[in-house]
Design a protein. Structure first.
Length: 337
């Protein structure tokens, strides 16, 4: 099956259909997947393309991806699965029930109970080695405390040549993504953090008005305290360098290339324009780097993490053969002289 041809077939079908309304990060992830497929960077096989949503939560990313693949790449068979951590607030499995209900309602005919699961925190993900061609996560890695465990399972789960796409805020992002109080995650002193959240909440900055109704934060002081607890207990912000070093220790490549595409995708959506079919892969290095520095400070970054495999034995054998050939050549020349 030609993945690129499948994508074009959907666009040239002659049917006029209303655009799908999906969150911008979901559209961004799908466009990256389209780009990777079009470039031939995704493993090909006779079975359906298998995609894993890591930390699938309420299933909305799975729902969006299933809809987008059906709409824009109908000839490509995909099998999307997902899992979340049972201890993260959903011990009664109500989260799983709601996820299955959403997916079954929007995509009937698929046995989602065999595709979506809860696992226990710290346990292996439980998939056979090489089960998935692609893996994705949306606003998950900043909640991962044991990144080593995450990366080891990611490497094990991806098939040879597999790719993974992750959208999440790095430590350099000025806006704390959950309470919307700028710089609150930069402040390491707990008491100062509480005071800063309280000050900005009184100025109308952040989620106090929402959380007062949603979470019962009846006073600014309580809101500041509870929000500071959340940041301390449930977030772990890291830099790109830190993640790249940990991934590199496991022979995994890390790239921030697609970070620059999130804001343009957001602008296109705001202007009512169709999303890009694929992203431009390369821009001049200086522009790429500067755009990454800007976007990572303003909003979520996008990392592609993929396992690498290198046959060192083949390299050593070729080097030995080359040296032996040169030594033989030198011996023949000396004999001739």
């Amino acid at each position: 099956m030609n993945f690129q041809t499948s994508a074009m077939a959907a666009g040239n079908s002659g049917l006029t259909r209303p655009p799908l309304k999906v969150p911008v990060t979901h559209q961004h992830i799908f466009t990256i997947l389209q780009t990777l497929i079009a470039e031939g960077r995704v493993p090909r096989s006779d079975r359906p393309l298998r995609i894993l949503d890591i930390g699938c939560g309420d299933g909305r990313l799975i729902n969006s991806l299933q809809s987008l693949f059906t709409r824009h790449m109908p000839e490509l068979q995909v099998e999307i699965c997902g899992f979340d951590i049972g201890e993260h607030g959903f011990k009664d499995s109500s989260q799983l029930s709601g996820t299955l209900e959403l997916l079954t309602e929007n995509h009937p005919g698929i046995d989602w109970s065999n595709r979506v699961r809860l696992i226990s925190d710290g346990d292996p993900w439980g998939y056979e080695a090489g089960s998935f061609d692609l893996a994705v996560s949306n606003q998950v890695i900043e909640h991962v405390e044991d990144l080593q465990h995450f990366l080891v399972n990611l490497r094990e789960t991806l098939a040879p040549g597999g790719q993974s796409v992750h959208v999440f805020p790095l430590s350099q992002c000025m806006q704390e993504a959950h309470c919307l109080v700028p710089f609150s995650h930069w402040i390491k002193d707990y008491n100062y953090r509480v005071a800063w959240i309280a000050l900005l909440s009184r100025l109308g900055i952040g989620r106090y008005r929402v959380d007062r109704k949603l979470l019962g934060h009846d006073t600014v002081a309580r809101h500041a305290e509870e929000t500071a607890k959340f940041i301390e207990c449930w977030t772990t912000y890291r830099s790109f360098g830190e993640i790249a070093r940990m991934a590199g220790n496991l022979s995994m490549a890390t790239s921030y290339h697609f970070t620059k595409n999130l804001l343009p995708t957001k602008l296109r959506q705001m202007m009512g324009r169709k999303p890009a079919r694929k992203y431009r892969r390369w821009t001049p290095f200086g522009i790429e780097w500067l755009s990454y520095l800007f976007v990572r400070s303003m909003t979520s970054a996008t990392l592609v993490i993929s396992p690498l495999r290198y046959d060192i034995g083949e390299r050593i054998a070729k080097e030995k053969a080359y040296r032996a050939h040169r030594e033989q050549h030198e011996a023949m020349r000396e004999a001739a002289e």
